[in-house]
Write a protein that binds this ligand. Structure first.
Ligand code: GLA
Length: 386
């Protein structure tokens, strides 16, 4: 119940990591909050601003965790007050070890104290990472449960994002540990694909690599419990930084649009990480498509099942609360190709009106659909029974 109340639909927001890495400053974050409002991001549902790794300045003489005074001269509480006044919630980051992934102060051994500090600052979301921690399920469960309980006792509703990268199958235990979302893979890079199965963490995950892991986890998702496929790299265009490492050379708008479609049907949290202050038209069109967001945020909270899976075609079906079906058709191949599908082959009998959520228009009526799909394009349809 607790989980359901805290994240009834997949959390949406903007996270610092892939744009700023650890070079964050309160002034930039205030500007980002302003831009989230001005650009329509907040109105579209992106209502968390999440400070990722790099904000920490160690502990004071009472072991209270403190922000780096150079990066946050006014303190985190002042930033929380500022973003709250704009209708935005504030997220922060820590790690279930002594150090975080980027080498800053972690929360191990200080869970209750840090949870109370976060609550006193007005924090609404904690991303809790797993660098420098043992690769052992029992220890991971214990460490996440400790923080999950500490947050619950903190006196504030704080969404708990488990960031263990899927290695210890958090979809089996993160909910009980108090989490509402859990990362299912290593970090997304700004690229279409490249899974070196022998060294996946070093090869860098692209969109297809993440889809191929996250799609199989549909049974674990629901209101208050989400498989987090990591940030939307939409609009980064190969920017140097974390998402640009490990072959993250950038993608084209068709590929970014595919990520948005796929993350939406997979009911993944939608966390942008681009420069919201300077978005081109294509980026806005992708991130702010309300019909696509409505699929992601549908209150039924189902993650799509991948009903067709071959080298070229993937077809996903996500049931929606009003009885409509969202259907995503992905062309994984490098050439434009025609596709033809009978809805009955997806278990959808009868006739449907088909609305294209990127074209914003009805593109057919009947027992199926056929048409051209561009390389790496994902068609996203909403089917209504007629
Ligand atoms: C890990 C996480 C990333 C990011 C960095 C910060 O790699 O998976 O999302 O939080 O740490 O150091």
């Amino acid at each position: 119940m607790e989980s359901k109340r805290l994240a009834p639909t997949p959390p949406m927001g903007w996270m610092t990591w892939n744009f700023f890495a650890d070079k964050i400053h309160e002034q930039d974050l205030r500007e980002m909050a302003d831009a989230m409002v001005a650009s329509g991001m907040v109105e579209a549902g992106y209502n968390y601003l999440i400070i990722d790794d790099g904000w920490q300045g160690g502990r004071d003489n009472r072991n209270n965790i403190i922000a780096d005074p150079k990066k946050f001269p006014s303190g985190i509480k002042a930033l929380a007050d500022y973003v709250h006044s704009k209708g935005i919630k504030l997220g922060i980051y820590s790690d279930a070890a002594q150090l975080t992934c980027a080498g800053y102060t972690g929360s191990l051994g200080f869970e209750e104290q840090d949870a109370k500090t976060f609550a006193s600052w007005g924090i609404d979301y904690l991303k809790y990472d797993y660098c420098y921690a043992p690769k052992d399920s029992a220890i991971a469960v214990a460490r996440y449960t400790k923080m999950g309980e500490a947050l619950r006792k903190s006196g504030r509703d704080i969404v708990f994002g488990v960031c263990e990268w899927g290695q210890l199958q958090p979809w089996h235990w993160a909910l009980n540990a108090g989490g509402q979302l859990w990362r299912s893979t290593f970090d997304v890079r700004d690229k279409w694909r490249n899974l070196d199965k022998r060294h996946p963490d070093q090869a860098g995950y692209g969109i297809l690599d993440i889809v191929d892991i996250n799609a199989d986890l549909h049974a674990y998702a629901g209101p208050g419990r989400w498989n987090d496929a990591d940030m939307l790299v939409v609009g980064l265009y190969g920017k140097p930084g974390p998402s640009g490492d490990l072959g993250g050379v950038g993608m084209n708008d068709m590929q970014y649009q595919s990520q948005m479609s796929l993350w939406s049907v997979m009911a993944s949290p939608l966390t942008a990480t681009n420069d919201v202050r300077n978005m081109n038209e294509a980026t806005k069109r992708i991130l702010l498509n309300k019909e696509v967001i409505a699929v992601n945020q549908d209150p039924l909270g189902k993650q799509a099942e991948r009903k067709v899976k071959d080298d070229t075609w993937n077809v996903f079906v996500k049931p929606l609360q009003n009885g409509d079906m969202a259907v995503a058709i992905l062309n994984r191949g490098d050439a434009a190709k025609n596709y033809s599908i009978d809805w009955a082959n997806l278990g959808l009998n009868g006739k449907y009106e088909v609305r294209d959520l990127w074209e914003h228009k009805t593109v057919g009526k009947g027992k199926g659909w056929k048409g051209l799909v561009q390389p790496h394009e994902t068609k996203l349809f909403r089917l209504k029974k007629i």
